[in-house]
Design a protein around this ligand. Sequence first.
Ligand SMILES: Nc1ncnc2c1ncn2[C@@H]1O[C@H](COP(=O)(O)OP(=O)(O)OP(=O)(O)O)[C@@H](O)[C@H]1O
Ligand SMILES: [Mg+2]
Length: 351
Amino acid sequence: MPLAALDGAGLSPADPRRPEGRVWRGTLTDGREVAIKLAARPDQPQETATAQDRLALEAQVLAQVRPRGAPVPELIAAEPGVLLTEWCAGATLDDWSQCLSSTARRAPVAAAGRGLLRLEAAFAQLPGAAAAVERRRPAWLAARRREFCTAREVAQRFIDQRPAPGGQERTVAEEWEALWAVVAASRLTLGPLDVNARNVLLEHYASSGGRRGWRATFLDMGAIGPDNPARRLVHYTFALGAWQPAGQCVRGLTPAVERRWSCAAAAQWPSEPELYVQQLDAYALLAELLLLGQVQAVLAGKRPDLAAAWSAPAERWRQVARIVRRPLAGHGAAHTIRRVLAASDRLYSVV
Ligand SMILES: Nc1ncnc2c1ncn2[C@@H]1O[C@H](COP(=O)(O)OP(=O)(O)OP(=O)(O)O)[C@@H](O)[C@H]1O
Ligand SMILES: [Mg+2]
């Protein structure tokens, strides 16, 4: 379908709170609502070749994975620098996380988890998926090692501030090694690399029979590569509330959602559910410590880029510190490290 079918009137920013974004909401002359994604942003008018390539790749990926059952928007048209997809109802998981109570959040987060498994299953069917993952495994592992070391340094700063008696430090060192073993042994799959709670839409629907439920749609397929499914889930379900005046950091995963997803994952990639429980807690802890480090940098005036997007950093600090103290798994390396960090109110000591 040519872009000429786009009704010029009534174009609006996809996210009215961010008019500088590159995604627009529009209507085709046949009345269908569409999302129009441009390679360039109004504030960065220079369309780079990379941005165009990413858009072309996104079109290809959508066309290939949707027929294989992936919950992604339907591709309508693609031309150099422009991508047209169906407009999907709902709000991002990040937005839902800002307004729902922790109890009400459980259902959309669980729906995101189920949607992710369908997304993973569709990507796994792409020709050459397994080989593409293997080729990039060393680079993936090196990137995780760097993150792991940074997260460990963040944690160590708290421990050093309030050393505990009784050789607790030695125990923690062993637990860090165990945590790294969980990461290093992770199964990798082909899928999206831009994983965050703004890239998953959740629609609260009612069927014709009156049954209510949540439906997830995943956005932003312009960067594809290897990652671990549990790590993807952790990042898709952690809201940051960026660019919002009262935006909060919210972890969507709870032990109950984690257990159910782990059972479903163990059915999709046969193994023990406990393996996925351990991976989720490990990746969640690493993500939370990295975030804590970033909030600390904002508070110290060292990250003006993040400061612009994150309101009330001191409040964010308290939110993330509270999250770090709450384990997802009932035992294991991440569980122990969280317990040590929670001891003596260590996480409350540095603001
Ligand atoms: N098909 C769609 N249906 C409904 N909303 C959409 C659709 N595509 C994008 N959006 C909205 O536009 C926002 C940005 O879309 P997308 O993530 O694809 O672009 P982006 O430029 O990578 O943005 P960001 O940098 O915020 O991730 C989404 O968070 C969502 O709110
Ligand atoms: Mg996005």
